[in-house]
Design a protein around this ligand. Structure first.
Ligand code: NAP
Length: 323
């Protein structure tokens, strides 16, 4: 772990203000849980929302596995509740995005789209973004039939045919959501076995609008103004064909949002921030929580738990250092 020279820990920021006690980067379940715990410890944390208030969870139509909501809760509704609860104790929400950080000196320096912060502790909760297939036509037709969010775009496919790529929980959950609008949902998976949990597999198998194409990848997205068809290839037979579709929804995993921390914090091979059991990163006073540091669980409840743990540790750090 990098042991910083803490001699200037309480030095004022450039504009004459004291540094923040805590800056939280990211506004998903991990970020707002961290802010809730920090606010209750009277650290007056500032939360930078990033581009997506509420994070990826807020884009989920219905969350059925967050405890305390026996009937499920809408993703954006849960995000609102997280925010309100943190703000009730003094957390400050800033609609701003971190663009550059300097974690080599203390207080830490964080540049944003509209300003600059200095902070004695930082909790990174920047989450992850959906992976792309990187095939011809995908980028050009994004927003014109290619999508990475069924909850956001499903409505546009009322009475239309759509294709979903992926075999994990996201692919099945989003495919099930799409059956509300679309007439048919074809799930294309590169293997003949799904990675998703059994409850979603059962629901998908029982849904008459869903069918599967196995051992197959999408190789091209075709269309002028909007998606008209996709070219596909069977990986076992090498047979190539095309299927007509109005939309292509891609759910093939995520990449952590760690670009601005590269070179400053230890990252693993997948780009995830390395943390110890106490959410501590390789720099003392900097913690990470949620999907940005978790390639394994990636649940709303585990992200919220990590956020709370990170804040508890940050509070201890501030007390120990007498900040
Ligand atoms: P995931 O579990 O990593 O699944 C990604 C899927 O995409 C896999 O089936 C994978 O195929 C396929 N894939 C990856 N790269 C591909 C490529 N280049 N071309 C074609 N297919 C490709 O991702 P996820 O579904 O987003 O889930 C992420 C995590 O969130 C998981 O831990 C999941 O349990 C959790 N999650 C949970 C829920 C829930 O509890 N309701 C909902 C959503 C997500 P292979 O199977 O062959 O590797």
């Amino acid at each position: 772990m990098l042991d910083l020279n803490l001699s200037n820990l309480s030095s004022p920021s450039a504009n004459g203000d004291e540094p923040l006690k805590m800056l939280v980067i990211g506004s998903g379940p991990a970020g707002f849980s961290a802010a809730l715990y920090a606010a209750r410890a009277e650290l007056a944390p500032v939360v930078l929302t990033g581009m997506e208030l509420g994070g990826q969870a807020a884009l989920t139509h219905m969350i059925e596995n967050y405890p305390g909501f026996p009937e499920g809760v809408g993703g954006s509704e849960l995000g609102d509740l997280f925010q309100k609860q943190a703000e009730r104790f003094g957390s400050i929400t800033e609609f701003d995005t971190a663009t550059e950080v300097d974690l080599t000196k203390h207080p830490f320096q964080i540049k944003t789209e509209s300003g600059e912060y200095q902070a004695n502790t930082v909790i990174i909760a920047t989450g992850a973004r959906p992976n792309h297939l990187n095939i011809p036509g995908e980028e050009e037709l994004t927003g014109r039939g290619v999508s990475y969010c069924a909850t956001c775009d499903g409505w546009f496919f009322k009475d239309k045919k759509v294709v979903v790529v992926g075999g994990g929980d996201s692919a099945l959950e989003e495919a099930l959501y799409l059956t509300r609008h679309a007439t048919s949902v074809t799930i294309i998976h590169r293997r003949d076995e799904l990675r998703a949990g059994q409850i979603l597999i059962t629901r998908a198998n029982e849904n008459p609008k869903i069918d599967f194409i196995w051992d197959t990848v999408v190789t091209d997205v075709v269309g002028d103004e909007k998606v008209a068809s996709v070219k596909i290839k069977n990986l076992k037979t090498e047979e190539e064909s095309a299927i007509e579709t109005d939309g292509l929804f891609i759910f093939i995993g995520h990449t952590p949002n760690t670009d601005i921390f590269d070179g400053q914090l230890a990252l693993d091979d997948g780009g995830y921030i390395v943390v110890d059991g106490l959410m501590q990163t390789s720099v003392e006073g900097v913690y990470a929580a949620g999907e940005v540091a978790d390639p394994h669980f990636r649940q709303v409840v585990t992200s919220a738990g990590m956020g709370a743990a990170a804040a508890i540790q940050a509070v201890r750090y501030i007390e120990e250092k007498g900040l």
